[in-house]
Design a protein around this ligand. Sequence first.
Ligand code: SD4
Length: 332
Amino acid sequence: MTTRRTFLGGMAVTGIAAGTAAQAAAPRATIVSTWDFGAAANAAGYAKMRAGGSLLDVVEAAAMVPEADPENHSVGYGGYPDRDGHVTLDAVIMDDAGGVGAVAALEDTVHAISVARRVMDKTPHTLLVGEGATRFARDQGFPKVDLLTPPAEQAWREWLKTSQYKPEANVENKRGPHAGPRGGALDHDTIGLLACDVLGRMAGACTTSGMAFKMRGRVGDSPQVGAGLYVERGVGGATSTGLGEEVTRVSGSARVVASLRAGLSPQRACEEVVRHIAQLRGDAIKGVQVGFLALSPRGEVGAFCLLPGFTYAVTDASGATVVLKAPSLFAA
Ligand code: SD4
């Protein structure tokens, strides 16, 4: 279990380490997450860490922030529905000791990440889907909440007029009042999170309502271990965002972690998988966004994407957060 002392210790160790190569490699406690709204999530994770929470507590608390935000139309409450008008959530949580819990196509429950954690803690399984996941949430005491907010319902009704399923890259910057000409109707704002402590222990989480107006029953990359998230002790972790089918077909996050295991830096490992997707898929990924974020157990961060526009938030052991733009394979 990671305590406040072990997480915050990162700062002290890093400070002492300055100047010698061996010491400079000491782990630095770090929280990273996808997109600019990851900054608010990281802040909640950092507060949990300061309060003495475990790394799983840290990533869960962070993921709960966008889940509760009605302005975020691709995570939790206020998420855009599937084409039949149902908001369905996908989430996974994972530590570096083989602990995994996930839910897919969960309904009527705000905090999918917490249900995923209960799957990990309270069941012999790693993934519950659909009706079974929703029933499990009720059994565990999670309140029934209608996730379809009036703006999300309005966007869905607007979408029904054409029923064109054409996910747009980077619509995440046009949420709410800044919605684009299509009302930001195909937003994608999944949050993927990774955290490490001063001991180099790691955990990760990923939560989303998936692609807006997806087919009923569609499950994206996010809740699938190895696709939307992967964490391996002593090696590192990775998470993804963007059009999930392009991540799932190559087990994207597991591939990033395999590259870390082979000696690539987090940055090079993210670049490798994005290049692979581009080469494999050719014209099929024109205009499609996919982004990866990776963290080593020492707190080194990497990020890369297909198209410009993918941002990520990095919080260090002092609590300072920066939001950075990931480099991209294509110019636009
Ligand atoms: C999905 N990968 O369900 C998610 C969506 C997403 O940024 O990441 N949007 O395909």
